[in-house]
Design a protein around this ligand. Structure first.
Ligand code: F6P
Length: 324
C-alpha cells in the first residue's frame, strides 16, 4: 500500500479531526502517502481530494467537527455514483480508504468493497455510540459531557422555579446518551428507545417523587424514545395527569454534536487512527478498528453495522435506585 485516502461521513462527531490527524501522521510515520477526501463519499464522486502531510493536520486535535467536512451522499447509494468514486480513486492513485463515521458510512464502505474489491477500514465516530464491536465510539464521551453540563444548568433554573423539565437528547435508535447523561446529571426519569416503560409508570414515579419531598424534576428523553409521543405531547400528557408542576421542554439538539473533544475522545481517536493504518499495512480490509477493554480490536464491518446492543439493564436499575 503506497497511498491511503481518508474521509469523514454521516453525522459529525467531536474527535473526528483527531482521528484524521492520527491517520495522516501514521501514514507519514510509515512513509505512506495520504490524501484527504472532502465531504465524505460525495467528495470521492466529485474528485474533491487533496494530498495531506503531517503538517496539514497541525492544530486540529482540539477542534470539534471535521475539517474534511461531512455529507450523507445519496449518489453514492447508486451504482453509477460508486463507479464515479472508483474512477477518482484510480485517478488519485489511492490503494485503500479509511472511512470515519457510523453505520451508514460502514454500509457504504462494505458495498464499495464488494463491488470493487477495494481495501476499506472503518473508524467508529458517532455521538450515539451505536456501533457493535466497540465499547465506545469517537465523540460519545464529549457529547455526554456536553449534555450533563447543559442539564446541570437546566437543573439550576428548574429548582429555582419548582418546575419539571423534559430534556430531549440525541439518540434516534440508541439510549446510551440518555441513560448515561441521565444518571450523571441525576435525572428523575429516563426514556430510551430500547425499552418502553410506559407513560403510566412515568406519572406514578413523578407522583411518588413529589410525595417524597422533591420540588423539581428532570426527565431525560432520547429523541427515539418509545412512548409513542413526541416530547411536547409528553409534556401535555404529564400536565393533564399531574397538577403539581409547571412544565417546560428543552430540546438540546445539535449543540450535542459540537465542541472541542474531551481528552478521552482525542486519545481514542488517536489510537484508532493509528490502528486503522496498522490494519491496512497488515493486509486487513473490510474491518472496523474498535476499542475493547482499552485494546484496539478488529471487527468485521458486517458485525459493526448490526446496531449498538450496548443497552445495559443494570444502568436502568442504578438510575431507579439513585433517583429515589
Ligand atoms: O449523530 C447521530 C445523530 O445525532 C442522531 O442521534 C440524530 O438523530 C441525527 O444524528 C441527526 O442528524 P442530522 O441532523 O445531521 O440529520
Amino acid at each position: 500500500i503506497n497511498k491511503i485516502g481518508v474521509l469523514t461521513s454521516g453525522g459529525d462527531a467531536p474527535g473526528m479531526n483527531a482521528a484524521i490527524r492520527a491517520v495522516v501522521r501514521s501514514c507519514a510515520f510509515h512513509g505512506v502517502e495520504c490524501a484527504g477526501i472532502f465531504r465524505g463519499y460525495q467528495g470521492l464522486i466529485e474528485g474533491d481530494i487533496e494530498e495531506l502531510n503531517a503538517r496539514s493536520v497541525k492544530n486540529v486535535i482540539s477542534r470539534g467537527g471535521t475539517f474534511l467536512k461531512s455529507a450523507r451522499s445519496k449518489e453514492f447509494m447508486t451504482k453509477e455514483g460508486r463507479q464515479k468514486a472508483y474512477d477518482h480513486i484510480k485517478k488519485s492513485g489511492l490503494d485503500a480508504l479509511v472511512v470515519i463515521g457510523g453505520d451508514g458510512t460502514f454500509t457504504g464502505g462494505l458495498i464499495f468493497n464488494s463491488e470493487f474489491n477495494f481495501p476499506i477500514i472503518g473508524i467508529p465516530a458517532t455521538i450515539d455510540n451505536d456501533i457493535k464491536g466497540t465499547d465506545y465510539t469517537i465523540g460519545y464521551d464529549t457529547a455526554l459531557n456536553t449534555v450533563v453540563e447543559a442539564i446541570d444548568k437546566i437543573r439550576d433554573t428548574a429548582s429555582s422555579h419548582n418546575r419539571l423539565f423534559l430534556v430531549e437528547v440525541m439518540g434516534r435508535d440508541a439510549g446510551d446518551i440518555a441513560l448515561n447523561s441521565g444518571i450523571g446529571a441525576g435525572a428523575e426519569e429516563i426514556l430510551i428507545p430500547e425499552e418502553n416503560t410506559g407513560v403510566d409508570r412515568l406519572i406514578d414515579s413523578l407522583k411518588k417523587s413529589k410525595k417524597s419531598g422533591k420540588t423539581s424534576s428532570i426527565i431525560v428523553v432520547a429523541e427515539g424514545d418509545k412512548s409513542g409521543k413526541n416530547i411536547f405531547e409528553l409534556a401535555e400528557f404529564i400536565e393533564e395527569n399531574l397538577d403539581d408542576y409547571e412544565i417546560r421542554v428543552s430540546v438540546l439538539g445539535h449543540i450535542q454534536r459540537g465542541g472541542s473533544p474531551s481528552c478521552y475522545d482525542r486519545v481514542l481517536a488517536s489510537k484508532l487512527g493509528v490502528g486503522a493504518v496498522d490494519a491496512l499495512l497488515n493486509g486487513e480490509s473490510n474491518i472496523m478498528v474498535g476499542i475493547h477493554h482499552q485494546q484496539v480490536v478488529s471487527v468485521p464491518l458486517k458485525t459493526a453495522i448490526q446496531g449498538g446492543a450496548k443497552f445495559d439493564k443494570n444502568l436502568r436499575r442504578v438510575a431507579d435506585i439513585t433517583s429515589i
